[in-house]
Design a protein around this ligand. Structure first.
Ligand SMILES: NC(=O)c1ccc[n+]([C@@H]2O[C@H](COP(=O)([O-])OP(=O)(O)OC[C@H]3O[C@@H](n4cnc5c(N)ncnc54)[C@H](OP(=O)(O)O)[C@@H]3O)[C@@H](O)[C@H]2O)c1
Length: 343
């Protein structure tokens, strides 16, 4: 299916790379990217090399006559327009990936992704946002969402175009841990800590958005609420994000009080047999640094050497996640599923 992407940021570039290099995403044909200030030349360079992920191994060139990128032989039309209703989406594009971070709240016109459906000659049937939706926009997550099959079928077969959210990178790392612990042992309460790489939503130096990005800062995180929302659970949960100046690669720690007394072997078995088992990876070194996880496609890379059990019922689980490519890989699984239901 032909897909368009709004935005030219880190997640867009990860989408282009993972789609081009992975056979499992061959049904996703990125036909157009719309940006804002980015030139097509700069986008080409950023697709070839990323400061956090290194060389992409993509073959990228530009056709200046048509304003198209050629990525591993696939044509991607490039347009630049900051107002959704003014973007000319190619008429063959049916699904849009909204990856600007700007349009994800349907209660405010300035942030409403539904404005894409007002653009001229568009044939868009739906939008997937690469972030948590706000207002009436519901988030879904591949594997995690209960009733995913039934709800995506309902959403995609409705007469009107749909907009869905895809939660966040921290939620993607938290959910397989929290859901596994809750399903196997029951969680009484838990606390999430993420030590998160810098993103472009932070200020480089002290500014209106926060403190200098080179300092480690305390931020709130929406991942605890989103975890319960996606799972349709109400686990007593709170958490915090430490934002660091790392380029990519984030830590997660879940500190949970369980309903049952356990030993470490029970924990390892729970993860080994979890429904998320194919989305876990395991650290092969002790105390891995954040760079260890860059380019890893797992939802979370568990660090079993660092699991702690206190007083038989309190567990502390540590893991790493690639907030760019790990999240994007999981997002693409959801998009693949959505496409399969749109046909
Ligand atoms: N990076 C992560 O680790 C991560 C992980 C999971 C989810 N997400 C979510 O994914 C979304 C994108 O994140 P990102 O890290 O890729 O952000 P980013 O690197 O800051 O990129 C955002 C892109 O959107 C463009 N943009 C913003 N407003 C626009 C508009 N009105 N019209 C057209 N383009 C517009 C920006 O253009 P300019 O270049 O002109 O500013 C930029 O290219 C955010 O919602 C974020 O929360 C990010």
């Amino acid at each position: 299916m032909k897909v368009g992407i709004n935005g030219t940021g880190l997640i867009t570039r990860a989408l282009v790379k993972l789609v081009a290099l992975n056979e499992e995403f061959k049904n996703i044909e990125i036909a157009q990217i719309n940006g804002r200030t980015m030139t097509i030349n700069r986008l080409k360079d950023l697709l070839l090399y990323s400061s956090s992920q290194g060389h992409s191994n993509l073959d990228v060139s530009i056709n200046y006559d048509t304003n198209e990128l050629l990525v591993n032989g696939n044509k991607i039309k490039y347009t630049a327009n900051s107002k959704p209703e003014d973007i000319q989406w190619l008429p063959e594009i049916e699904l849009l990936i909204e990856a600007t971070g700007t349009f994800r709240d349907d209660t405010k016109n300035s942030k409403d992704p539904n404005r894409h459906f007002k653009s001229l000659n568009n044939n868009l049937k739906g939008i997937v946002i690469t972030a948590p939706g706000k207002g009436s926009i519901v988030d879904y997550m591949w594997i995690a969402s209960p009733d995913l099959e039934q709800e995506i079928t309902t959403v995609t077969s409705a007469k009107k175009p749909f907009v869905i959210g895809a939660a966040s990178c921290t939620t993607t790392a938290a959910i397989p841990i929290v859901d596994t612990l809750d399903e196997v042992f029951g969680i009484e309460s838990c606390y999430l800590t993420t030590v998160h790489a810098v993103t472009r939503s932070q200020d480089i130096l002290d500014g209106s958005k926060g403190w200098c990005a080179m300092d480690t800062q305390l931020h709130s995180t929406g991942a605890t609420k989103a975890t319960n929302k996606v799972l349709k659970k109400s686990i007593p949960m709170s958490g915090i994000a430490f934002r660091t100046s790392d380029k990519a690669g984030s830590f997660i720690q879940i500190d949970a009080v369980l309903n049952k007394e356990i030993i470490k072997e029970n924990l390892l078995d729970a993860f080994k047999n979890s429904k998320y088992k194919s989305s876990f990876a395991y650290s092969t070194v002790s105390n891995p640094p954040s760079s260890y996880v860059r380019g890893n496609k797992a939802m979370v890379v568990l660090i079993p050497d660092e699991f702690v059990i206190i007083d038989k019922k309190r567990v502390i689980i540590k893991g790493l996640y690639d907030n760019e490519e790990g999240y994007t890989n999981h997002l693409l699984q959801l998009i693949n599923f959505v496409i399969s239901k749109m046909k």
